[in-house]
Design a protein around this ligand. Structure first.
Ligand SMILES: NC(=O)c1ccc[n+]([C@@H]2O[C@H](COP(=O)([O-])OP(=O)(O)OC[C@H]3O[C@@H](n4cnc5c(N)ncnc54)[C@H](O)[C@@H]3O)[C@@H](O)[C@H]2O)c1
Length: 257
């Protein structure tokens, strides 16, 4: 992938210290972009940013002031962001009513704040910087925003009410955001991953990982973070991809539990 139009420009990746975000940051850096990682995980984030020759900002995506501070630092030190990839996310499990108790409000609220509002905070603030930047190439492109939903937006399992709601919100946000920003030359797409082998699943015993992988029709395995990164780079590279949510899941449709 050449990403020729965006070489030397700035990409911000949230959740860039780990998993899908870390792999995407690596791929973008390899393609010649200047990469900034927004994450709460300082130790891993600093190490990964150093390995990529990029910068790390300790940012809580759920907090608009923290996002603004990170964004200002990036603009001052690297330049305006042209690529914004939202990978930061959490998955807290809980049923609508569990053991006779209504779902914890705090858990639901936190999941929506980090996953949905966090993506909105970063996308909207990055877009404001993109709009002020010079248009590039024959189409007058100013930037690309990629959000990360999940197949749980469509086939949420028992215990995923908060997570599925947050990811469904990201799916719903994709087209109107693309429409809002179309006349500014900014594209917006969302990737809805299936099961990927990130630290999240890495901690599970190998037989559990295998049985999860076996549920994927083809290829019957967990996805690799590099495969997510490949699609993220393709979205950045392909000017006709806009306003769409793409499932990246080996055709899995999650069972109720
Ligand atoms: N791994 C999968 O199978 C899978 C499947 C579907 C969707 N996803 C989604 O992909 C994204 C990345 O997941 P992953 O598997 O790489 O997870 P991960 O846990 O490896 O990485 C997530 C990163 O987000 C960071 N983060 C969490 N809360 C944050 C906050 N408030 N502010 C800033 N950073 C924060 C964490 O520190 C971590 O580094 C998530 O949104 C997740 O919901 C993952």
């Amino acid at each position: 992938m050449t990403l020729a139009l965006w070489k030397g420009h700035v990409a911000i990746v949230t959740g860039g210290a780990s998993g899908l975000g870390a792999a995407t940051a690596s791929a973008l850096a390899q393609a010649g972009l200047k990469v900034a990682l927004f994450d709460l995980g300082e130790e891993k984030g600093i190490a990964h940013a150093a390995a990529l020759g990029g910068m790390f900002c300790r940012v809580d995506v759920a907090d608009p002031a923290s996002v603004k501070a990170g964004m200002d630092k990036v603009v001052a030190e690297l330049g305006a962001p042209r690529i914004m990839v939202n990978c930061a996310g959490i998955g807290l499990a809980g049923k609508t009513v569990g053991r006779g108790e209504a779902h914890s409000f705090e858990m639901f609220d936190k999941t929506i704040r980090v996953n949905l509002i966090g993506s909105f905070n970063c996308a909207s603030q990055a877009a404001a910087h993109m709009i002020a930047a010079e248009p590039l190439g024959p189409d007058g492109a100013r930037g690309v925003i990629i959000n990360t939903a999940s197949v749980a937006a469509y086939d949420g399992q028992v215990g995923q009410i908060a997570y599925s709601a947050s990811k469904g919100g990201i799916v719903g946000m994709t087209l109107p955001m693309a429409r809002d920003l179309a006349d500014k030359g900014i594209r917006v797409c969302t990737i809805a991953p299936g099961l990927f082998l990130t630290p999240l699943l890495d901690s599970l015993p190998e037989d559990v990982q295998r049985s999860l992988g076996a549920q994927v029709p083809f290829p019957s395995r967990l996805g690799a973070p590099a495969e997510y990164a490949k699609l993220a780079c393709h979205i950045v590279d392909n000017p006709m991809l806009n306003g769409e949510v793409i499932r990246l899941d080996g055709a899995i449709r999650m069972a109720p539990r």
